[in-house]
Every structure is written in C-alpha cells, then in structure tokens.
Design a binder for this molecule. Structure first.
Ligand code: NAP
Length: 294
C-alpha cells in the first residue's frame, strides 16, 4: 500500500508555479492577480480565504481581498463582481461560499466572467469541460487528477466509482474520469444518497473517490482488495484532545481501509492541499491567456 502524499505533491507544484511566475515577471509579463470576495465572517470561510491569499504571496501572485458585510444586497454584490470582470489587471475571481441566504449563489457565479472563473463553477466552464473543450476545471477534482497523474496511477479501462454528485466535486469528477485523456478513460459509476447497495457497488471499484461529507462512512466492506482510494471528505468533528477542539475527518475509515488499498490519500494532507494549488494553476492559466485568449 502506498500513501498518496498530497502535501508533498502540492509543495512540488507550488515550487514549479513560483518559478514560472518569477520568469514571467523577469521577462516583463504581467503578474497573475487573484481576487477573492468574502461576505460576512464565517470562521471556515475566513480560514479558506486567508489560505488562498497566503498562497498568492508565497507564489508571487498579486491578490486582492474584497470583504463585505452580510448586509450587502444581491444587486450590490453583482455590481462588485462586474467591477472585477471589467478590471483588466485582475485575472481570477473567486466568491467564497456559502453566501448569506438573501443572495442567490447561482446568480453570482453566472455573473462572473467565465474567463476569470478560476473556481470553474460557471455553467460555461462546466459545459466546456463536459464537451472536452479548454475550460477552468473546478479545483478539487483537478487536484485529484494531478495526484493520479503524479503517482503514475493507471486509469484507462478501470472502473471508477464516485460517491457524491455535488456540482463542485462529485459531478465534475465523474465527467473528468471518463474523458478520453491520459488521466481518464475509466468506466464511471456516479453514486449518491439514493444509490441502492452502495457498499456492493463501491466494492467493484478499481478507483473509489469518496466525496460525500460523512466522516468515516467508507469502511472496509466498501473497498476491493488492491483498489485506489481517494478521500475528498473533510469534516470537522469535535475532539477534546485537540487544542482547537476539533479534528478533521475524511469520508474513509482510514485504518480499516488502508491495508486493502494499492494507493490511498490520507486526511489531512491528502486531497486538501491540492485544492488551493489547482486554484493557483487556474489563475496562472488566466494570466497567460491559455484557456481563453486575452
Ligand atoms: P455536498 O454538496 O454535501 O454533496 C454530498 C454528496 O454526497 C451528495 O451528492 C449526496 O447525495 C451524497 N451523499 C451524502 N450522503 C450520502 C450517503 N450516505 N450515501 C451516498 N451518497 C451520499 O458535498 P461536497 O461539497 O461535494 O463535499 C463533499 C465532501 O468533500 C465534504 O466533506 C467536503 O468538506 C469535502 N470537500 C473537500 C475539499 C477539499 O479541498 N479537500 C473541497 C470540497 C469539498 P444527494 O445528492 O443524493 O444528496
């Protein structure tokens, strides 16, 4: 069994990005610029956005954090998004979710210029991804693809079972794993809360990707001997032994499942660190005009 070290892989990719950005700057090209919009002061969102800003600093990107009170109206927030769309210096825009109840997240996402949608949530990017056209791919699924690639895991012809069909993880993951590309060409089964006999279905997977948000739900009986197990789940559970008062748990019962796997991602330090790296990669692609020409 081999542990897939997401932290080490993310650090490696970060170094590659930092070198490329330094070269871009030295040759007089523009510095990639990521903008994050944060509404309110939800604790987890604050941490996620702070980590994204910190990554920008580490990699030599410019970043702008636009903070708004929860009293901001939907139309005011839409105006802020449009201002970023119109600013040629700004390459990527992310709006941290969740938003307050009076703001429709779909409306906000659809107002982001698809050419700056480095989270890959805009319907145009999702549609282009499904058609196999150049697109910003949502960060977490892209991180999983990079892990599979960097660990030289064969995917072609394999049966991949994805658990969870969310717009940001499970659904794009299932589309990506069936594409006719180096990491792809799987026969994919997409499962969800209404799937019958989930454990039996999962136990037929050569590659099992768990993204359901139920801590330690995937036990030994869900996993075939020799399977590759990717644990996207990340849930805070109370833990009085920790200084913070909580521990992060994945969707996979690691100790029980790991001995059966050929490869497995741990939690933390598995898929998690790759997500921010993918966001940075998308911002770099935007600055270079790779996906959509400038
Ligand atoms: P989500 O929007 O809540 O979607 C969960 C999906 O899992 C839904 O499709 C749901 O089915 C399915 N599901 C829930 N319970 C199930 C069960 N008992 N059996 C089978 N399917 C079940 O969650 P998400 O945003 O995709 O996130 C999933 C997990 O990944 C969370 O723990 C989240 O924190 C984590 N995550 C991690 C990262 C990272 O950077 N590592 C990034 C994003 C998300 P229905 O559609 O039928 O309701």
């Amino acid at each position: 069994m081999q542990i897939i070290d997401g932290k080490a892989t993310a650090d490696e990719i970060k170094k590659e990005i930092a070198i490329e950005v330094a070269e871009m700057k030295a040759s007089g090209q523009k510095t990639p610029h990521l903008v994050a919009i944060l509404v309110g002061n939800n604790g987890a969102s604050e941490t996620y956005v702070a980590n994204k800003v910190k990554s920008c600093e580490e990699l030599g990107f410019n970043s702008t954090l636009l903070r708004f009170d929860t009293t901001i109206s939907e139309s005011e927030l839409l105006d802020e998004v449009k201002k970023v769309n119109d600013n040629d210096d700004m390459d990527g825009l992310i709006v941290q979710l969740p938003l307050p109840d009076h703001i429709n997240p779909d409306k906000i996402m659809e107002t982001i210029d698809p050419r700056k949608d480095v989270d890959g949530f805009h319907p145009i990017n999702i549609g282009r991804m499904a058609k196999g056209l150049p697109a910003y791919i949502s960060a977490t699924p892209q991180g999983v693809l990079d892990l599979l690639e960097r660990y030289n895991i064969e995917t072609s012809g394999k049966h991949c079972v994805v658990v969870g069909r969310s717009q940001i993880v499970g659904l794009p993951m299932s589309i990506l794993m069936q594409r006719n590309l180096k990491i792809g060409n799987c026969t994919v089964t997409l499962t969800h809360s209404k799937t019958k006999d989930l454990a039996e279905v999962c136990a037929t997977a050569d590659i099992l990707i768990a993204a359901l948000g139920r801590p330690e739900f995937i036990t030994e009986k869900f996993v075939k001997e020799g399977a590759v197990v990717i644990d996207v789940g990340l849930t805070r559970v109370e833990d009085s032994t920790k200084k913070s008062g909580f521990a992060l748990k994945g969707d996979v019962k690691y100790d029980e499942v790991a001995p059966k796997c050929s490869y497995i991602t741990p939690v933390p330090k598995g898929v998690g660190p790759m997500t921010i790296v993918s966001l940075m990669k998308n911002t770099l692609l935007s600055a270079k005009g790779v996906i959509y020409s400038k």
